[in-house]
Design a protein around this ligand. Structure first.
Ligand code: FAD
Length: 451
């Protein structure tokens, strides 16, 4: 489709700003309506250093927008998960085979601001302090609210990239049943901080995603380029075990850390302060049976498929959405065809990563310190070395490859069964019958398509 007329995007967050860049670079006239003030002038909301894991899918979309260098200049490499065992001691479990298979910790605020600069440089017009409040799909008019009052904006084509609480989605649902279902996880989180050491360096290994797995709950920490770490404590909402209900104040959180995360406690000097001042985040999964309603309008990113953060893929998936939509628009005969094919391709894949993100919570908090899990990991690495085109661990398919998420999930299922069969009866890697394992891999796993 040749670019013509305007595209209006609700939300200048991660997805909205990247999509604005990609479409403006293709010659579309893009206007973006964002609820918040411009973070480049007013400072990023919250001001805290919140980071995100960027993996190959997200990086690929950024590369296609010409943003790789800008973003990577401040990214911190994470080679694997550093597990902090309950009994003391740590172990680095590499994510990939070598440093070509790693994930990156990026600062959310700086990434968003770099994307806003790129969108403007490509010609998009950004309107801040403009919260979409209502959509009239017949007249193609958006009503926005801001500090200076209400305003109407006409639109020709509309994309809702306005996050998990999307107002565009709510307006769509007043017109058409989108089959919405929100499943709360029943767990929430608090962000805490490990500041830099007195000499200005990192206090713990910088090139890792640290995890303190404790069965029903966990703590994680991701490095920042300022040499601090953002720590996230995930706890059940309620219950007698440590929960957000029982760990209600600073004293209780100190007791929890002293008992369960003793090596982390001295690293977080403002523990009580962080815990009581920072908001408690809620987690859940948003399922929609339809992403479109009204003429020429579609949802993407968290507005369409918010997920729990345990695979570090919400933003990566949202960035993949943006590139897919831009490419569908390039290829389709008209806008409706582009949106329909975008939804058909992306919805099953979003559902697959939503499911894998939920599964990964169990793995991170309950399995990474388990002997069976570690043996299966060792076998998986050996099988990958022997069959690099067939056996690729699911984490790698999701994080270092771009095969559709649904394919990653299905291959992960087959590989999981294989590993259980191969590991059964073996106590160590040396006891595994690799001749049998090779035959099983050859018979059950087709070679992966080249990317
Ligand atoms: P958002 O980033 O939420 O942006 C939505 C934008 O729309 C915002 O700017 C908002 O102000 C604006 N907006 C809202 N309402 C309106 C309105 N009515 N009108 C106009 N504008 C509006 N993902 C990863 O890939 N890796 C990670 O490591 C990772 N870690 C995470 C950790 C946590 C604790 C959480 C909660 C999420 C994490 N995610 C991670 C997920 C990631 O944050 C989201 O998937 C990503 O932000 C989605 O981008 P988005 O643009 O769709 O939505």
């Amino acid at each position: 489709m040749r670019p013509h007329q305007t595209v209006t995007i609700a939300g200048a967050g991660l997805a909205g700003a990247l999509l604005a860049t990609l479409l403006a670079q293709r010659g579309w006239q893009v206007q973006v309506l964002e609820k918040r003030p411009d973070p480049r002038r007013r400072g990023y909301a919250g001001g805290r250093s919140i980071n995100l894991a960027l993996a190959e899918r997200g990086l690929h979309s950024l590369r296609r927008a010409g943003l790789q260098e800008t973003v990577m200049a401040q990214a911190v490499m994470m080679r694997g998960r550093m597990v902090h065992f309950a009994g003391g001691g740590t172990q680095l479990q590499r994510y990939g085979r070598d440093d070509s298979e790693v994930i990156w910790s990026v600062h959310r605020g700086r990434l968003n601001m770099a994307l806003l600069d790129a969108a403007e440089a490509a010609g998009a017009r950004l309107h801040f302090d403009a919260a979409v409040a209502e959509v009239d799909f017949d007249r193609r008019v958006l009503r926005c609210e801001g500090r200076s009052g209400g305003r109407e904006h006409g639109y020709d084509r509309l994309i809702g990239a306005d996050g998990a609480g999307s107002a565009v989605r709510q307006a769509m649902m007043r017109r058409r049943d989108l089959g919405e279902r929100f499943e709360p996880l029943g767990h929430g989180y608090k962000e805490l901080e490990i500041p830099p050491a007195a000499d200005g360096g990192f206090r713990i290994e910088p090139h890792a995603l640290h995890i303190w797995p404790r069965g029903g709950y966990m703590c994680i920490a991701l490095p920042n380029s300022e040499r601090s770490f953002t720590v996230t404590l995930f706890l059940p909402q309620t219950g007698a075990h440590p929960s957000l209900e029982t760990v209600g104040d600073g004293r209780a959180v100190r007791e929890l850390f002293a008992r369960e995360f003793p090596d982390a406690l001295p690293l977080i000097p403002e523990l009580e302060q962080d815990f009581s001042t920072n908001p408690t985040g809620q987690l859940g999964t948003l399922y929609l049976e339809r992403w479109r309603a009204g003429a020429r309008a579609v949802l993407l990113g968290d507005a369409a498929h918010a997920m729990v953060p345990f695979h570090g893929q919400g933003m990566n998936c949202a960035f993949e959405d943006c590139l897919e939509l831009a490419e569908r628009i390039d290829e389709a005969a008209d806008w409706d065809e582009a949106l329909a094919s975008f939804e058909a391709v992306r919805r099953p894949n979003a559902e697959a990563i939503q499911a894998m993100a939920l599964e990964n919570y169990i793995e991170m908090r309950d399995r990474v310190d388990d002997a069976d899990f570690l043996l299966e990991r060792e076998i998986a690495r050996e099988l990958q070395a022997r069959h690099p085109d067939r056996f690729v661990p699911r984490y790698s398919l999701v994080s270092f490859r771009r095969v559709p998420y649904a394919v990653a999930r299905e291959r992960g299922r087959v590989q999981g069964q294989l590993l259980a069969e191969i590991a059964a009866g073996a106590g160590t890697l040396a006891e595994v019958d690799f001749a049998r394992a090779d035959a099983l891999v050859q018979s059950r796993l087709d070679p992966l398509p080249a990317e």
